[in-house]
Design a protein around this ligand. Structure first.
Ligand SMILES: [Zn+2]
Length: 162
């Protein structure tokens, strides 16, 4: 598994250099800023504020926030909000897959299983998938090899093999 955790705050002072090998041609700073701008959302029950920004291969992104409701089960995470926005606007497809998610939470977090499943639906079949997760105190960058995710979570490939 290719995975890089950067725990040094100094490394994020130049995120473009850090991520350029994984996301060539992408305006990294604007993408990260979009995740921060997407909060506050609607989280009266958990008080857990999450911002996300889904990113496509051609450099487009949309931000999203977590939206809770009193049924709890109907709650949608920020990651899925940002992905569904892109799908609704026709910004994700076979030729323009999802290549990354930026998260802004405090404390730092990772996507839940529901969100990983939806990410798999729109990820490219090969290549890196970048998750940038950070908060104001401990910014970290994680670069994941998506082939590992495909073996851990239900996907189109798994369903077609059964
Ligand atoms: Zn989630």
């Amino acid at each position: 598994m290719k995975s890089i955790w950067v725990q040094n705050q100094d490394n994020l002072s130049n995120p473009e250099a850090l991520l350029s090998g994984y996301l060539p041609g992408v305006d990294i700073n604007s993408w990260l800023l979009a995740a921060k701008q997407s909060v506050p959302g609607h989280h009266p029950y958990s008080n857990y504020e999450v911002g996300a920004a889904a990113l496509s291969k051609n450099g487009e992104y949309r931000f999203g926030t977590n939206v809770e409701d009193a049924s709890f089960g109907g709650t949608i995470c920020a990651e899925r909000t940002s992905i569904t926005r892109m799908v609704s606007e026709g910004l994700l497809g076979k030729d323009n897959p999802l290549i990354g998610i930026a998260l802004n939470t405090e404390p730092r977090s990772v996507p839940c299983g529901h969100c990983f499943s939806l990410m798999l639906e729109f990820m490219p079949s090969q290549g890196n998938f970048v998750i940038v997760s950070g908060d104001s105190k401990t910014n970290r960058v994680q670069v994941l090899d998506i082939s590992v995710l495909r073996t851990l979570i239900w996907s189109k490939d798994f369903l077609s093999s059964t």
